[in-house]
Design a protein around this ligand. Structure first.
Ligand code: TRP
Length: 371
């Protein structure tokens, strides 16, 4: 392991599914051995589309679920640091500073933001915070000076913005941030079980990492396949057929997949058999994940502890980076000049109207990065 850092994460909107797995989790599990790993639970990002009290009340439960999913999928708690975004106010401060390093026009060109606005029914009244989503993401990534960010396709443009902000900052204020690398996964996004281009919780076309074997069988038997194939003796199309996409992605027995494809094309296998084999393959894939989940679940409070310790560790780290940022920008100097003058005036015993200002040492400490 090097001293290189990787940062990634998700909004705490619910359980993780197979689309998350191929889009980013598989990469995260692999990369944890090469990088010091950080996982953000991005609840401030969630607020850009879901910000009712009811949404917010679900954050802690969803955060716990998400971390449990990640641990079940193979992230090792000794290697990874999980943190809750909203518990680190310095991220918001960094976001404020970064907002001046990117143009509105640049953000308006990002298709994923339009997609998110549309999915949230906010197409015609895009919230300011949603437009700024990638800027906040840059703050997440750069606040721990991450070098690598493994994310799915829908986040690629955001990482490009992070890189631009880091370069711009370094150019204006001096070398401060690494330019983080985007790490893409081989499978960019997973087709939904209903045949729609993307597996997504809101479309209800996903298989969760936490689904039981029986739930998996049910979902697979309802999966969309070649609609032209009205009976088992009609030759079918394999390409783009969700059932075969899932076979290719998750079945650990490629010979079985090749044979099923051949018979499917020839019209000598029924959909039921192809799906039965898929359900079995998916359950083989999910079984070790289920076992790891069960072992973490037997230790009450463990996940909460992992999140709290990680958040506190991260916050200390971020406070240092923020002090460095303020210094680089000269913001620390602005306040220090005011402060020195105020102190001098006080020493001279200048009489002021009303209460004289009392500068206590605590004031200086409260102002992060002012020295
Ligand atoms: N944008 C990510 C998502 O689609 C979540 C996220 C927020 C993130 N901040 C991040 C991912 C920083 C990687 C790095 O849910």
């Amino acid at each position: 392991m090097t001293d290189q850092r990787m940062l990634t994460g998700d909004r705490p909107t619910g359980k993780l599914h197979l689309g998350h797995y191929v889009g980013s989790i598989a990469n995260r599990v692999r990369l944890q051995h090469q990088y010091e790993s950080w996982f953000i639970i991005a609840d401030l990002h969630m607020l850009t589309t879901k910000n009712t009290r009811a949404d917010i009340d679900q954050v802690s439960g969803n955060a716990r679920q998400m971390v449990l999913d990640a641990l079940a999928a193979g992230i090792e708690p000794e290697r990874a640091t999980f943190y809750l975004q909203s518990a680190i106010p310095e991220i918001g401060e960094l976001n404020t500073l970064f907002q001046n390093l990117v143009t509105v026009a640049r953000l308006e060109r990002i298709p994923s933001l339009k997609d998110m606005a549309r999915d949230a029914d906010k197409e015609t009244d895009m919230p300011y915070g949603l437009l700024g989503y990638p800027v906040l993401q840059a703050a997440d990534i750069l606040c721990v000076k991450a070098n690598a960010v493994p994310v799915g396709k829908d986040n690629h443009a955001h990482i490009e913005v992070t890189r631009e902000i880091a370069r711009r900052f370094n150019h204006l204020y001096g070398e401060t941030f690494p330019i983080p690398e985007l790490i893409t996964s081989e499978v960019s996004s997973l087709v939904g079980t209903d045949g729609q281009a993307k597996a997504s919780k809101s479309l209800g076309n996903v298989i969760y990492l936490s689904d039981s074997a029986e739930e998996v069988r049910k979902k697979v038997s309802a999966m969309y396949t070649d609609p032209n194939r009205v009976s088992a003796d009609v030759p079918g199309t394999v390409e783009g057929n969700p059932v075969f996409v899932y076979h290719d992605t998750f079945n650990d027995n490629p010979a079985e997949v090749a044979e099923l494809k051949e018979r499917y094309r020839a019209g000598t296998v029924g959909d039921v058999e192809v799906k039965d084999q898929l359900a079995a393959a998916l359950n083989r894939f999910l079984d070790p994940i289920r076992q790891r989940r069960a072992s973490f679940e037997t230790q009450p409070g463990l996940v909460d502890q992992i999140i709290v310790e990680g958040t506190e560790r991260t916050r200390r780290e971020v406070q240092q980076v923020l002090a460095e940022v303020r210094k680089a920008m000269g913001l620390a100097g602005a306040y220090n000049q005011l402060r020195r003058k105020a102190e001098r005036a006080q020493k001279k015993g200048a009489t002021q109207p009303g209460e004289p200002t009392r500068l206590r040492p605590a004031d200086a400490v409260a102002y992060q990065g002012s020295r």
